[in-house]
Design a protein around this ligand. Structure first.
Ligand SMILES: Cc1ncc(COP(=O)(O)O)c(C=O)c1O
Length: 359
């Protein structure tokens, strides 16, 4: 009998959920465990967000505004573009999928860096595009020259993850300028800037300011990270009007819920608080990097809210040891460990666990 679902999807890795901190705390007999595995910001929802969610929840029996008018207008004003250039989605990960659907037919190619965000190979497989992963450089950053060279006549979409998840590195403007000049005008470049708010290196460009006016560039942003809304699922993209309009056509209908739209509108009033929180994360990131580098000297600089320990075969044992000490981090077997920056107390607990794990 023929399988009911596509046989080619059998090869896809299944999503491995992060260990629940409550479960781990129970197992270890601790009052709580610390989760530094999902690149969330640890300070709770922004002021006004819970109230906006509560108010919007009273209307949950109604469909949300499918065109997301008020939120697209607010985003347009904040980022100095017109609303017709914006599409929103159920997180920016959904928009990556919609973009792949909007560009790739079966057999077309989607080029992406690797190691990078795990969703890219899954999205290319799900859309039946041929995924073309291009290995990072030995310094854990994108190899943009190799990525440009990997583009063929079949390539429809190229992803640049800046800063890169999970390696925390970021490409500079000069390299990105050269890369974008080398990409054919009929290939869409998706610049995934989920961690933009944590960038401190001046030479790393703000994609919205530097490239959003290029006809073949789409910039992806999310409210999940710096804006503290991971559980509410709002991402957005800025593109040329025709590209944004096509994506709005293929978006799963109503996927930005009324609660999510209300929460995002409230969050956008809190940019000062976002800046304050990001400054704490950035300060802690540098403190954690300096401390862990004494044990793992080849850690790359981070431009995001996490750090990367290239521990190779020691990655899984390291993560297991941290877990036994009540700290959940994210291992990538054979490659490295990604550790999200938490509160100063959480980071102290991680530093103590890391010291024991590496002793
Ligand atoms: C590089 C990158 N892009 C996009 C996302 C997706 O964010 P969301 O779908 O929550 O907006 C993530 C989340 O981890 C990410 O690391």
């Amino acid at each position: 009998m023929k399988p009911l679902t596509r046989r080619d999807l059998n090869k896809l890795p299944s999503y491995v959920p992060v260990r629940s901190p409550a479960d781990l705390a129970r197992e270890l007999g601790l009052s709580e465990a610390i989760k530094l595995a999902s690149n969330e910001v640890p300070f709770g929802p922004l002021p006004g967000v819970v109230e906006a969610v509560t108010e919007a929840a009273a209307n949950s029996h109604r469909y949300p505004d499918m065109a997301v008018v008020a939120l697209r207008e607010a985003l347009a004003e904040r980022y100095h573009v017109t609303p017709d250039r914006i599409a929103t989605g159920c997180g920016s990960v959904a928009l990556t999928e919609h973009l792949a659907k909007a560009t790739c037919k079966s057999g077309d190619e989607m080029v992406y860096p690797w190691r990078s965000f795990e969703a890219y190979p899954i999205i290319s497989a799900a859309t039946a595009a041929r995924g073309v992963p291009v290995p990072n450089t030995s310094e854990h950053g994108h190899d943009l020259k190799a990525m440009a060279a990997a583009i063929t006549k079949k390539t429809r979409m190229v992803v640049v993850c800046n800063p890169n998840n999970p390696t925390s590195t970021a490409v500079r403007k000069r390299e990105l300028d050269d890369f974008l000049d080398a990409v054919p005008q009929d290939v869409l470049v998706v610049l995934d800037e989920a961690y933009r708010e944590f960038v401190t290196e001046k030479r790393v460009p703000d994609g919205l300011k530097a490239y959003a006016d290029r006809p073949n560039v789409v910039v992806l942003r999310t409210l999940s990270k710096a804006w503290g809304m991971a559980g509410l699922r709002v991402g957005f993209m800025v593109a040329q009007p025709a590209v944004a309009a096509t994506v709005r056509k293929v978006v799963t209908p109503f996927s930005t819920s009324n609660v999510a739209q209300a929460a995002a509108l409230a969050a956008l009033h809190q940019s000062e608080e976002v800046r304050r929180r990001c400054a704490i994360v950035i300060h802690e990131r540098e403190r954690v990097l300096t401390a862990v580098r004494k044990l793992v000297p080849d850690m790359p600089d981070s431009q995001s809210n996490f750090v990367w320990l290239p521990l190779l075969d020691q990655s899984v044992p390291f993560a297991q040891s941290c877990e036994r000490q009540g700290v959940i981090v994210r291992p990538f077997p054979g490659e490295g460990v990604r550790v999200t920056i938490g509160t100063p107390q959480e980071n102290d607990a991680f530093l103590a666990a890391a010291e024991t794990a590496l002793a």
